[in-house]
Design a protein around this ligand. Structure first.
Ligand SMILES: Nc1ncnc2c1ncn2[C@@H]1O[C@H](COP(=O)(O)OP(=O)(O)OP(=O)(O)O)[C@@H](O)[C@H]1O
Length: 548
C-alpha cells in the first residue's frame, strides 16, 4: 500500500478497475454489440424506406432480431456497469476508511478532520456517479462511432463533412471544459470552507445563540459568502457548457442542411441522403449523452483530485501490523533522547519537544505537571506511541519499539485524554459479555453514574451527560479495558471537589493496587503526594521535582 495514491487504487496494477476488468470488458462488449445492432437496424429502416418491395416476413424477422439484440446488449451493459460501479465504490469507500485508520495521527491532524467528510461523502459520490455513467456513455459513443462508420460506407465525402462538424463541436466543448474546470476547482475549495462553517453551526450552537455578532460573522461573513461564491462558479461553468452545447446543437442542424445540399450538388442517390439524415437524427440522442457527460466528467475530475489528495496524504500507512499480540510490560517504558517538532505554520516557529529522557517504571504513579502549552499532551502522545519520535528511541523493557511493533505497543494503554471521544459501546475484552456488563455497571455505580444510565449487551443506554459526568464515563471505558498502563490527561480538572479527592485518594491507589501503571497529567499540587514522582514540563523540556 505504501506510496499508493487513490488514483492507483482505482487504476494501478492491483487497482479496482483492474480487478473488475472482466465485468467492465463484458459491459463494453455488450454495449458495442448493442450499438452494432442499432446501426444495422438503422440501415434496415433506411433500406425499407427506399426499397419497400422486399419480403415482409424477412423484414419483420430482421427488425425483431436486431431489436432484441439491441435490447439484450443495452440491458446487459447497463446491468453489468451498474453492479460493477457500485462494487467499485463500495471497495473505494472501504479502502479510504482503512487508509485513514492506518495513517499516522499527525498526518491526520495536518490534513484537518473537517476536510474528511466532504471527500468521503460528496467527492466519493461524484466518483461513484462517474463509474456508473461511464459504461453507458461508452455505449452512446460507440453508437456515434458505428453511425459514422456506416455513413462512411454510404458516402465518404459526406462522412468527412460530418466528421468535421463533430470535430468542431468537440473543440467547442473542450474550450468550455477548460474554462469550467477552473470554476469547479474554485467551487470545491469553497465547499471545504462551507463545510467548516456547517460544523460551527453545531459545535458553536450555544455561543452563536448568545452572540448576535458571532451569528452575523458566521452567516454573512462565511456561509453567505461561500454559498454565493459556489453558486457564482457553478453558474459560470453551467453557462459555458450551455453556450457550447447550444452552439453544437445549432451546428448539428446546419450539418443536416449541408448534407442535403451536398447530396444534391454531388447528385448522390436518395438512399444515401436519406441514410445520412436518419443516422444524424438518431445519433443526436447519443451525441447529446456524450456531450452531457462532459460537465459531469469535469466535476468528477475535480472530485477525483480531492479523493486522490486524501489518498496520497495518507499514502504512508504505519507499517505496524494490527494483528500482533500486545507485548507484556515487565519492567518499564523509556523515552531516550526523544525529540518531536510540529510543522511550522505561517512563519511561526513550531513547538519542539525535547530532546528528552523519561523512565516510566511498572506499577508506579507518575504525575506530569507544567504550564499550558508546555508540551504535556505531546509527551503523552509520544509515550503512548501515537506520535513517532523524530529523533531518539521509545523502549519497552529495554527493547526498541519499532514501526512494526508500534500498534501492538499502543494496546498497553487505556487512556482518558483531554479531548476524548465517548464511544457508546464498551470495548471488547476477553471477559464473557455478562461479566463485562456487570463490571461496567459496578464502575457506573462507583462513579456516581448508575442513576443516569445503564449497560446492556456492551452498550451504554445514553451519553447525554454533563461535562464532568462525561469524563467519568470515559473513565468507565478505561476501567473496562483495564490495560496495563492507564493515562489520565487532566481528568480531575472538571470534577467536583468530592470526586476530585476520590480520584486522587481512592481511584488512583486502587488502580495501582490492581497492578496498573499510571500516568497522570495534573495541575492539582494538593495531591502531588499521591504520586511516586512528579515531572514538570517546561517549554518542551522535563524536570523532576521532589515529592513531599
Ligand atoms: N497538532 C498540532 N500542530 C501544531 N502545533 C501543535 C499541535 N498540537 C499542539 N501544538 C503546539 O504544541 C505546544 C504544546 O502543546 P501541548 O498540547 O502538548 O501542551 P500542554 O502542555 O498539554 O498544554 P495544556 O496544559 O494547555 O493542555 C503548544 O504550543 C501547541 O500550540
Amino acid at each position: 500500500m505504501r506510496d499508493m495514491t487513490s488514483l492507483s487504487m482505482l487504476l494501478g496494477p492491483a487497482g479496482l478497475l483492474r480487478r473488475h476488468a472482466l465485468a467492465l470488458t463484458l459491459a463494453g462488449l455488450a454495449g458495442v454489440a448493442a450499438s452494432a445492432a442499432t446501426v444495422a437496424l438503422l440501415a434496415r429502416i433506411n433500406a425499407a424506406l427506399h426499397r419497400p418491395a422486399g419480403p415482409l416476413t424477412e423484414m419483420v424477422l430482421a427488425f425483431t432480431g436486431l431489436g432484441l439484440a439491441m435490447l439484450a446488449g443495452r440491458a446487459t451493459a447497463s446491468a453489468l456497469s451498474n453492479r460493477t460501479g457500485q462494487a467499485i465504490i463500495q471497495e473505494l469507500r472501504l479502502m479510504l476508511a482503512q487508509r485513514i485508520l492506518a495513517a499516522p495521527l499527525d498526518a491526520l491532524e495536518r490534513y484537518r478532520t473537517h476536510r474528511l467528510v466532504p471527500v468521503l461523502t460528496q467527492d466519493v459520490g461524484m466518483v461513484s456517479g462517474l463509474c456508473l455513467s461511464l459504461p453507458m456513455t461508452v455505449v452512446a459513443a460507440s453508437v456515434v462511432v458505428g453511425c459514422v462508420l456506416w455513413l462512411a460506407w454510404l458516402s465518404w465525402q459526406l462522412a468527412v463533412l460530418v466528421l468535421s462538424a463533430l470535430a468542431l463541436s468537440l473543440a467547442l466543448q473542450r474550450w468550455a471544459q477548460e474554462r469550467a474546470i477552473v470554476r469547479f476547482e474554485a467551487a470545491r475549495s469553497d465547499e471545504d470552507a462551507l463545510h467548516k462553517a456547517w460544523r460551527t453551526l453545531g459545535d458553536g450552537a450555544k455561543e452563536l445563540r448568545l452572540s448576535r455578532s458571532r451569528r452575523r460573522q458566521l452567516l454573512d461573513g462565511r456561509i453567505a459568502r461561500h454559498a454565493a461564491d459556489i453558486a457564482r462558479a457553478q453558474v459560470q461553468a453551467g453557462d459555458l457548457y450551455a453556450l457550447s452545447f447550444e452552439a453544437s446543437a445549432a451546428l448539428y442542424f446546419l450539418l443536416v442542411a449541408l448534407v442535403f445540399a451536398a447530396a444534391r450538388l454531388w447528385q448522390l442517390p436518395s438512399e444515401v441522403a436519406g441514410g445520412f439524415v436518419l443516422a444524424l437524427l438518431y445519433m443526436k440522442g447519443s451525441l447529446d449523452q456524450v456531450l452531457g457527460f462532459l460537465p459531469f466528467y469535469a466535476r468528477a475530475r475535480v472530485a477525483l483530485g480531492r479523493v486522490d489528495e486524501l489518498g496520497s496524504s495518507f499514502s504512508n500507512p504505519e507499517s505496524s501490523s494490527a494483528e500482533g499480540t500486545p507485548p507484556p510490560l515487565m519492567h518499564g517504558i523509556a523515552l531516550q533522547g526523544v525529540r518531536y517538532a510540529y510543522e511550522a505554520a505561517d512563519g511561526v516557529a513550531p513547538f519542539t519537544l525535547g530532546p528528552l529522557d523519561l523512565q516510566l517504571r511498572r506499577g508506579e504513579i507518575l504525575f506530569i505537571a507544567g504550564d499550558n502549552g508546555a508540551g504535556k499532551t505531546t509527551l503523552l502522545k509520544l509515550l503512548t506511541g501515537l506520535y513517532r519520535p523524530q529523533q531518539g528511541e521509545l523502549l519497552l523493557d529495554g527493547r526498541q519499539v519499532d514501526d512494526a511493533g508500534r500498534d501492538a505497543y499502543r494496546q498497553l494503554f487505556s487512556p482518558v485524554l483531554s479531548d476524548f471521544h465517548l464511544f457508546e459501546e464498551l470495548p471488547d475484552t476477553d471477559a464473557p459479555p455478562a461479566e463485562r456488563d456487570a463490571a461496567a455497571q459496578a464502575a457506573l455505580e462507583r462513579l456516581g453514574l448508575a442513576h443516569k444510565l445503564s449497560v446492556r449487551a456492551g452498550r451504554l443506554s445514553s451519553t447525554d451527560l454533563s461535562t464532568g459526568q462525561r469524563k467519568r464515563l470515559a473513565m468507565v471505558h478505561a476501567w473496562a479495558e483495564a490495560r496495563p498502563v492507564m493515562v489520565f490527561d487532566e481528568w480531575a480538572a472538571d470534577q467536583d471537589p468530592a470526586f476530585r479527592t476520590r480520584f486522587y485518594r481512592e481511584f488512583l491507589p486502587a488502580l495501582r493496587e490492581h497492578g496498573h501503571t499510571l500516568v497522570v497529567i495534573s495541575h492539582d499540587e494538593r495531591y502531588f503526594d499521591v504520586a511516586d514522582r512528579v515531572l514538570v514540563m517546561d517549554g518542551g523540556r522535563l524536570q523532576e521535582t521532589a515529592v513531599n
